[in-house]
Structures are given as structure tokens and as C-alpha cells.
Design a protein around this ligand. Structure first.
Ligand code: HEM
Length: 208
């Protein structure tokens, strides 16, 4: 029997769609900056890429503040709370399901409920992406945008180079996260179930 749960309030859906579009803009303009030369244009060329990258980054930062504030002030924040109890064993159960169980037609080990909309692996990666990698990406991005506030040298190496390495590493890791995230979002009851949820707000499940 199928039933519906309202799990994605309007502000989460608004934040998410803007975040996803901005991420795509940042990836394209980031690559464009990295691979455009003085006389060669990759995708949109260096100068245009810088302009659009900076603009998208500022909107992304404001949108990130909306995300954190929303999770601090609404019930959505509770889905991100990680408990130490059974942390590693639950993570292992979910990994086993993704690597073997689901191919044998086993049921989801942690079905979606009103109390817990993320499985342990989703929760862990969402917390890492949203509360570690994204803040580091944003802070290092501002360090590059305003080089005068960036420390000049650290352990004998240019502070700007270290900030740049941190920025591209986080950008790369979050791009990998996004690809895996989109793939795991196809693993709901039906391949499109979770995508429908983040658009309509309702998660449909056949599992309870
Ligand atoms: C085109 C790109 C993207 C697509 C198609 C997509 C798809 C989805 C879908 C279907 C869900 C609902 C399933 C769930 O609750 O786990 C979701 C939720 C989520 N996505 Fe994405 N996503 C994209 C980009 C991103 C990016 C770039 C980030 C972060 C860097 C992100 C972070 C999240 C988070 C944190 C949630 C949970 C939101 C909440 O309910 O509190 N997504 N995404």
C-alpha cells in the first residue's frame, strides 16, 4: 500500500533548487576559469567566467544562510542530528544494502519515516557536505575574492595558494558528492520517487 508524507517544506524545496542550479553554474564557470588560457576560450572564457562565478557564489552564500537558519529554526534540522548510538553499524548496514542487498531485491534497511527522512549514509554525507565542505568552500572562496584578508604566508607557503588548493579540493569533492547524490536519489521505491518528493514536497512510499 502506498502512502504519502510531507517531508520537504516549501523553503527546503526553494533552497534546494536554487542551490542545485547555482552549483551547476559554479562548476561550469569554475572549469571555464581553470581551462581558459590568455588567448584560448574554454566554455565562456576567463573574464566572463570570473563575473558569473562571483555572482553565483554570493547568491549561494545567501542561500546557504537560509539553509542554516531554516534548519536552526524549524523541525527540518532534526533530520541532520547524528546519534553516536549504532553510528558505524548502521552505516555499514546501509552500505551493504547499496552494494548487495538492493541487487537481491531486499527491502530498504532504513525506510523513510516522518521521524527520519534520511538513511544513515545520506545523513552522514549531507552533514559532511552541508556543514563541513560547503562552509570551507565558501570561506576559501571569500579568501580568494578578497586576497587582502587572506593570511600572507603559512608554514613558509603562500596563504593564497593554500586557500586556492582548499577551494578547488572542496569544489572537486562537492562535485563528486553531487554525482553520487543524484545516483543515490534514483534508488527510492521507483527511480523517480525521490525527485518527485523534492519537487512536490511529498515523499511517496510503498514500504510501510
Ligand atoms: C541537479 C542537482 C541535484 C539533484 C537532481 C538533487 C536531487 C535531490 C533529491 C531527489 C533529494 C530528495 C531526496 C533526499 O531527501 O535525500 C535531494 C535532497 C537534498 N539534496 Fe540534492 N540534488 C541536487 C543537488 C544538490 C547539491 C549540489 C547539494 C549540496 C551541495 C544537495 C544537497 C541536498 C540535501 C542536503 C538534501 C536534503 C534536503 C532536506 O530535506 O533537508 N543537492 N536532492
Amino acid at each position: 500500500m502506498s502512502h504519502k508524507m510531507y517531508l520537504y517544506p516549501k523553503w527546503v524545496r526553494g533552497w534546494h533548487v536554487l542551490n542545485a542550479v547555482l552549483f551547476l553554474v559554479l562548476i561550469v564557470t569554475g572549469l571555464s576559469m581553470q581551462y581558459s588560457g590568455k588567448d584560448s576560450i574554454f566554455i565562456i572564457g576567463f573574464a566572463n567566467a570570473v563575473k558569473w562565478h562571483n555572482f553565483a557564489a554570493i547568491v549561494l552564500t545567501i542561500n546557504y544562510i537560509v539553509f542554516v537558519t531554516g534548519n536552526l529554526t524549524t523541525r527540518n534540522g532534526r533530520y541532520y542530528r547524528i546519534s553516536k548510538q549504532n553510528f558505524w553499524s548502521d552505516l555499514l548496514i546501509q552500505l551493504k544494502y547499496y552494494s548487495m542487498g538492493m541487487f537481491k531485491g531486499e527491502k530498504h534497511p532504513f525506510p523513510v519515516t516522518e521521524q527520519s527522512k534520511f538513511n544513515p549514509l545520506q545523513k552522514f554525507t549531507y552533514v559532511l557536505a552541508m556543514y563541513l565542505a560547503l562552509p570551507l568552500l565558501i570561506i576559501s572562496g571569500f579568501g580568494l575574492l578578497f586576497p587582502e584578508i587572506t593570511i600572507k604566508r603559512f608554514a613558509g607557503v603562500s596563504g593564497l595558494i593554500l586557500t586556492d588548493i582548499l577551494h578547488i579540493t572542496m569544489g572537486f569533492l562537492l562535485s563528486v558528492f553531487m554525482v553520487i547524490h543524484i545516483y543515490t536519489c534514483t534508488l527510492g521505491t521507483k527511480p523517480w520517487s525521490l525527485f518527485k518528493g523534492i519537487i512536490t514536497g511529498y515523499h511517496e512510499s510503498d514500504e510501510l
